[in-house]
Design a protein around this ligand. Structure first.
Ligand code: PLP
Ligand code: TYF
Length: 400
């Protein structure tokens, strides 16, 4: 029956973890997948999550199905986290929300909803480059995927002129995907002033902004600061779509906790949109997982746990920033590695886009047992006090 099914390629990011696992060298480092590791290189379960778990256990919750759009208290808190307590559409009850299977599921619900109901276009513009999974997510949702310029290899920064030109030339009404903060894979974010200009271009061309916020809090250490772009757009009158993930900022990766939301004109429009979100979701998976939503809800809804969580997000962000400084110092001052490495310090979030070529990435894996994606992206959280010197020396050898 399946004789004509061709073998597909491994996932470019998750395939790296396979190669890492098969490597028996004790010096090996996995900088492929974007998952936080603590100073000892271990996955980190947040204290706020552990406390939420014990609080939850004490109430022995049942395992009933959630409604199609998820746990209502959780979705309310999660929307407030993104839009801010003073958000006008939030206060007016004009934001349609649904729990989602983490950020990926939120993007997919959004893609499917827009493909079915967005009246102005079936085209979505993605930054070049973008998170690899964006492309199949939106294609499989039934949208036509196009790219807009984002990363400038020469300056190792934002190609702001190219970005504006491409959005200005997009057909009226097209959808534009924006990484809300901590752009994956480049680590390059627009400044606040650039966001304001992007907002103006999008308004003038009547484009539809779809934000992917997978790293709220992870970029700067502050969930408020990282929500700047989303809140700016809403404040300036845009209706937006938003995908949120709690994988990174709560360390709830495998629990699959997320939110998809759409701002609407008013409470009446929201109600209609809500009903159609349910119709999109029901045949996909009926209803979302319960446990992670209960945990996130316990944290977002409890002042003490919330404070502890914010402190821990800040701690994770700060550890990553300290690794950026350490790595930059090693390459530039100690090893005098050829090249300019300032971008390691200036890039934001989980990743650094090193500029290393595929051959150099391959050499790092084969000779140094250091694994990263072939685009030269490294997950900064995979570095720590015990392996950063070995990593810097390996990079030095690979580029010389
Ligand atoms: N969007 C971006 C840009 C990401 O980097 C990720 C995860 O790495 C996601 C979305 C979604 O991840 P998840 O489905 O685990 O929430
Ligand atoms: O490292 C990245 O960019 C992501 C990480 O279900 C990831 O691809 C891994 C698994 C998953 C979602 C995201």
């Amino acid at each position: 029956t399946w004789s004509a099914v061709p073998a597909g390629p491994p996932d470019p990011i998750l395939g790296i973890t396979e190669a890492f696992k098969a490597d028996k060298d004790p010096r090996k480092i996995n900088l492929g997948v974007g998952a936080y590791r603590d100073e000892n290189g271990k996955p980190y379960v947040l204290n706020a999550v552990k406390k939420a778990e014990s609080l939850l256990t004490a109430t022995s919750p049942d395992k009933e199905y959630l409604p199609i759009t998820g746990l209502p208290e959780f979705t309310k808190h999660a929307a407030k986290l993104a839009y801010g307590a003073d958000s006008v559409p939030l206060k007016e009850g004009a934001i349609a929300v649904t729990q989602s299977i983490s950020g990926t599921g939120a993007l997919r619900i959004g893609g499917a909803f827009l493909a079915r109901h967005y009246p102005h276009s079936k085209i979505i513009y993605l930054p070049v480059p973008t998170w690899g999974n964006h492309i199949p997510i939106f294609k499989d949702s039934g949208l036509e995927v196009r790219g807009y310029r984002y990363f400038d290899k020469k300056s190792v920064g934002l190609d702001f002129e190219g970005l504006k030109e491409d959005l200005n030339n997009a057909p009226e009404g097209a959808i534009v995907l924006l990484h809300a903060c901590a752009h994956n894979p480049t680590g390059v974010d627009p400044t606040h002033a650039q966001w304001a200009e992007i907002s103006d271009v999008i308004a003038s061309k009547k484009l539809f902004p779809f934000f992917d916020m997978a790293y709220q809090g992870f970029a700067s250490g502050s969930t408020t600061h990282d929500a700047f772009a989303v809140r700016h757009f809403v404040k300036h009158g845009h209706q937006i779509a938003l995908a949120q993930s709690f994988a990174k900022n709560m360390g709830l990766y495998g629990e699959r906790v997320g939110l998809f939301s759409l701002t609407t004109k008013d409470a009446e429009e929201k109600k209609r949109v809500d009903s159609q979100l349910k119709i999109v979701i029901r045949p996909m998976y009926s209803n979302p997982p319960l446990h992670g939503a209960l945990l996130a809800n316990a944290i977002l809804g409890n002042e003490e746990l919330y404070q502890e969580w914010e402190g821990e997000v800040k701690g994770m962000a700060e550890r990553i920033i300290s690794m950026r400084e350490r790595l930059y110092g090693l390459l530039t001052n100690e090893l005098k590695t050829p090249g300019e490495w300032g971008h390691i310090k200036s890039q934001i979030g989980m990743f650094s886009f090193t500029g290393m070529k595929p051959e150099q990435c391959k050499a790092l894996a084969e000779k140094a047992h250091v694994y990263l994606t072939m685009d030269g992206r490294i997950s900064m959280a995979g570095l720590n006090g015990s392996n950063v010197e070995y990593f810097a020396a390996s990079v030095d050898a690979a580029v010389k």
